[in-house]
Design a protein around this ligand. Structure first.
Ligand SMILES: *Cc1c(COP(=O)(O)O)cnc(C)c1O
Length: 239
């Protein structure tokens, strides 16, 4: 009984958060001069139990993101409805095989070696895996991802692989104190994204995944068309 009561209060909180985010996205899209429909809203569901993810799916969320292979596989069994699932966390090569048929995109391709393994496993499974390339824009040692100076070269190499489709760029910029500072990082990411699109071999690129709970509006203003939102939707609690 108490459990159901507390679930109900979390449901109400998720609904309220969902409305606020939708309004903010609407507003940011308008400011950016793009249509709201051109921006995809991903619910980041790491640490969130299936009961609450299902509630978000009922509200209209159609894309979820998980960081860990095991957590995604365990939770998927309990999720209802039609949705896309993307992997957004670092992926070890030995787990590629497990995930290849479970997600519609891997956003966290952070090395040529990983891309190679994804292509190999996708080929074995007779699929082509859409991927985003993760850019370590701040060149932070604590993060994986491609470095700006070799990004285009690496992207071109990966685009040559058989069973992989390079669809765009994903980035998590350094933590910033001001909106102006975060906006500057998003601009740097967008410039790298634009540069990739200039290559004939990378013409299919059309997804720019950046912006999280604290900065998704800034990201949209800088051209993001996929935002990844966790705590602003589900709350900060540790379930
Ligand atoms: C956790 C996470 C998010 C969402 O973070 P919030 O600040 O909770 O919105 C987005 N992207 C990645 C790669 C993450 O790991």
């Amino acid at each position: 009984m108490t459990e159901n009561l507390s679930n109900e209060s979390v449901f109400r909180e998720i609904e309220a958060n969902y409305c606020i985010i939708q309004q903010n996205l609407e507003h940011a899209a308008m400011q950016a001069g793009v249509s709201r429909e051109s921006i995809r809203f991903m619910a980041v569901t790491k640490t969130v139990p299936p009961v609450f993810i299902n509630h978000a799916l009922q509200l209209g969320i159609d894309l979820i993101g998980e960081n860990k292979v095991q957590e995604l596989l365990e939770k998927k069994e309990f999720l209802n409805g039609a949705y896309d699932a993307h992997l957004i966390g670092h992926l070890q090569t030995n787990k590629v095989k497990k995930i290849i048929k479970e997600v519609t995109m891997i956003q966290s391709v952070d090395s040529v070696k990983l891309a190679c393994e994804i292509s190999k496993q996708a080929k074995n499974a007779d699929v082509v895996m859409p991927v985003l390339l993760e850019l370590n824009i701040g060149e932070e040692e604590s993060k994986t991802g491609f470095l700006p100076q070799s990004f285009a070269e690496n992207a071109l190499e990966i685009a040559e692989m058989d069973a992989i489709r390079v669809c765009g760029v994903m980035a998590v910029p350094p933590i910033c104190d001001t909106q102006a500072e975060i906006r500057m990082w998003f601009e740097k990411v967008r410039k790298q994204y634009d540069k990739l699109k200039d290559y004939a071999k990378l013409k299919e690129i059309n997804i720019l995944s950046m912006g999280m709970s604290s900065d998704y509006e800034q990201a949209v203003l800088e051209g993001a068309n996929l935002v990844r939102i966790g705590s602003a939707l589900f709350g900060h609690r540790r379930y």
